[in-house]
Design a protein around this ligand. Sequence first.
Ligand SMILES: CC(C)(COP(=O)(O)OP(=O)(O)OC[C@H]1O[C@@H](n2cnc3c(N)ncnc32)[C@H](O)[C@@H]1OP(=O)(O)O)[C@@H](O)C(=O)NCCC(=O)NCCS
Length: 145
Amino acid sequence: MYSIKQITSQETFAVRLPVLRPGKPIDSCIFDGDDLNTTAHFGIYDDEIIVGVTSIFQTSTPLLSQKQQFQLRGMAIVDSHQKRGLGDQLVQRAEQYVKENNAEVLWFNAREIAVGFYKKMGYETIGEPFAIGDIGIHYVMYKPL
Ligand SMILES: CC(C)(COP(=O)(O)OP(=O)(O)OC[C@H]1O[C@@H](n2cnc3c(N)ncnc32)[C@H](O)[C@@H]1OP(=O)(O)O)[C@@H](O)C(=O)NCCC(=O)NCCS
């Protein structure tokens, strides 16, 4: 039985670390702005066990013209639970949060390998691909809400 809960930034680390920062120190899981009161974190649970996380930051990209923008960050589902529709459910929960907070668009930096996942959810790429550190090529993707 799966459920989605709003969680603290620290609770995201159990998924951020193995999925997004494997082999790195726990400090690499801390994102700037994690604990601002405009930031929200969500976890998806398989009974009591956290198996996926995502976070939403009130941040704008100059690539978009909307005044009220939110950025999705740290989207991750543990390996054992991928391809079961859980990522889709978490993105939908994030979209609900964005709408509740009267923003007009959700955007993020998508890893190249995840672009197909987000396209299925109606997101489009904008601008040129770019490299983020040692993580690889990313695209800005967005969807008006
Ligand atoms: C990318 C990720 C978040 C997707 O979550 P998920 O729970 O596995 O995805 P879902 O099962 O909800 O998939 C929804 C749909 O997208 C498709 N999909 C999933 N991952 C995909 C991918 N990498 N490329 C193309 N399509 C993909 C699924 O097949 C499914 O399609 P369907 O509805 O036709 O069956 C997850 O695989 C993950 O955490 N990957 C590693 C970390 C990562 O890359 N995070 C994103 C950083 S931007």
